[in-house]
Ligand binder design. Sequence first.
Ligand SMILES: Cc1ncc(COP(=O)(O)O)c(C=O)c1O
Length: 381
Amino acid sequence: MYKDTVAFIRKIFKEATKFIPLHEPRFVGNEKKYVIDAIDSTFVSSVGEYVDKFEKMMCDITGAKYAIATVNGTNSLHLALLLAGVEKEDEVLTQALTFVATANAISYANAIPHFVDVDRDTLGLSPSKLKNYLKELAEVKNGKCYNKVTGKRIAACVPMHTFGLPMYIDELVSVCKEYHIPVVEDAAESLGTTYKNKHTGTFGLLGVFSFNGNKTVTAGGGGAIITNSEAVAKQAKHLSTQAKRQHKWEYEHDAIGYNYRMPNLNAALACGQLEQLDNYIENKRALSDLYFEFFKKDFNISLIREVENSKSNYWLNAIVLKSEIERDNFLSYTNEQGVMTRPIWSLMNTLEMYKGCPKGDLSNSKWLEKRVVNITSSVRI
Ligand SMILES: Cc1ncc(COP(=O)(O)O)c(C=O)c1O
């Protein structure tokens, strides 16, 4: 079957012998034109018409009232946590099975991450596991949530929509509401993904996206924060531009700010890419359908698909193998054959810097960690 899989991937990517990466960017639209235009305008840094255009496009795509263009997804998460009110020594809930940037952003905010389990079907933070965890651990006092053991505030929750698959985000937000915990959605991987016809990133107080070169569409490097709160949006722009007060010539800063705005040059590239988003997602969804039909024949491998009432961008297709040994054999064979595949991330609680952090029952995460592999997912020409 591994041999058949490699042959199938080579056939659908029309690539008989060359190395096939997991995901590569495609530039087939106005990207070059817009980048040259940005250079000609001399506005190449964090002010320029493409930054404004990019933010408008992000509002149109996600349905959020406000979008703030940033340097990348990781610093978007950092800023979003600060905007949600996270302070030094606070505790923040997230999932054990995620890309390390989610946990690192919590650390940048000087907060302590708690690692909670995911659901096996969505790979996203499990509402039921979170509910049980909070029942044991948390109490609400004066409208704020506290850890009964440490006495520290549980100041935010960061669920992540893994590989573009939407999680049960409405249920999760309900649990967090019950405990007065603001939600920052790590939607870095899920641009174009909806759950119950609502875009990911719009369920919580803030949502965050990445435009890294490995994502569905790219800015080279870039990020975006979305929110429906005018006050939060204003503060996001302010803090991401060194907290500088508007003045024609004076340098007046009223807080410790950050240099987190997306340069116009990157926004130009991103605008060209966003124009392709619908086509790319259609292409990626068709690819997932092809994989689904192919793997249906094999009882030892299953493709992870979107759950009911949702639409995934299928950024990265993921399969589940029967065991750790089978996973390792699959990884060795496909990579030796020049078809790149990759295991899912190591659980955050197993990484050296996060070993001592509080965690819940992680049975689903542990199960998935040993079995999930990403397979070739680029947009096909
Ligand atoms: C889940 C998740 N969160 C955050 C990030 C960070 O985004 P960036 O690489 O743009 O900093 C990424 C991607 O790289 C990601 O996959």
